[in-house]
Structure formats: C-alpha cells, structure tokens
Design a binder for this molecule. Structure first.
Ligand code: SF4
Length: 154
C-alpha cells in the first residue's frame, strides 16, 4: 500500500534550512509493514530550498501563511491539493510535528489555538504525524485506518 510521507523524514534535505529530519525507525517499521512510502514536500515544490520559514498568523477571520510578508495560504493549499490529485492510489499521509504544511497541530499567532497544516487539512485519506508512530499502539491504529481506506477504495 502506498502512503505519502513528508520528504524530509526520508532524509531528503528539503527543509527551509536545507536540512532533513531522517527517521530511520519509522522507515524500518513502514518497510516491515508493507508500506511503500512516497516522498512529497509541498514547500520545496512551491518555494524551492533553501527558503525563508512560513509562519501562520491570524488576521481577522483568516489564518494566513506569511512568507516574506505575503500571505501564501491559497497557493500552499492549492499545492497540497495538487499533490493528492496526482497520487490517486495512496491510502494515507505521514507528516511531521510543527510544520505549517505537514504538521497536524500548528500554532497560529494571535489565534489562541492550533490548526491543521495544509496537508492534513486537505487530505482525502487518513493522516498522522511521525512522532505518534513511535508508539506501537498508534502504529496498529494507523495500519487499521489504512486497511479500511483500501477496502473503501476497492
Ligand atoms: S514542507 Fe513538509 S516535507 Fe517539506 S520540509 Fe517541511 S515538513 Fe518536510
């Protein structure tokens, strides 16, 4: 089964500062579990690497993704939607904590609560963060969700 994963978790140096977040334990578990990981990095596709950091900020009713003083939330959302559309056979997405694009609970300045990053917000399939998958029980729960998605798609 194919699952999208934040590219930096696979060891690709696509973070804003040209670093990675390689998670060997996660990759080993995925391999043993029959998961084919497909790396994606919406920010690298949109902005290149290295790049400035994107920061989420609430302005009025809108949660903005500020990049160099400009709100790029719509562009970021469009990029994530495109990524899902060009991978119709995937059954899940594994993101990473803290990223405005790939995190599940991202802090927003002036909002007082967290929001989902674009990859989770727009995903048509189950999503999780890599840190949750360091827990054995959470791994089983995610696998069950993936299998359920496969059965629905058949
Ligand atoms: S956008 Fe996602 S895949 Fe790209 S560097 Fe940030 S966390 Fe990693």
């Amino acid at each position: 089964m194919k699952v999208l994963i934040s590219s930096c978790l696979l060891g690709n140096k696509v973070r804003w500062n040209k670093q990675d977040k390689l998670d060997c334990d996660l990759l080993e578990w995925a391999n043993k579990s029959g998961i084919e990981l497909v790396p994606v990095c919406p920010e690298n596709e949109l902005l290149g690497t290295p790049r400035d950091k994107i920061r989420l900020i609430q302005i009025g009713d809108n949660t903005c993704a500020q990049y160099k003083g400009v709100d790029i939330m719509n562009k970021l959302d469009d990029k994530c939607t495109t990524i899902f559309q060009r991978n119709p056979d995937i059954v899940g997405f594994i993101g990473i904590h803290g990223s405005p694009s790939c995190g599940i609970s991202v802090g927003v300045k002036n909002l007082g609560r967290v929001v989902k990053g674009s990859m989770h917000k727009l995903s048509p399939v189950p999503t999780v963060e890599s840190n949750a998958l360091s827990n054995r029980n959470n791994r089983e729960v995610f696998l069950t969700r993936l299998r359920k998605t496969i059965s629905i798609k058949k």
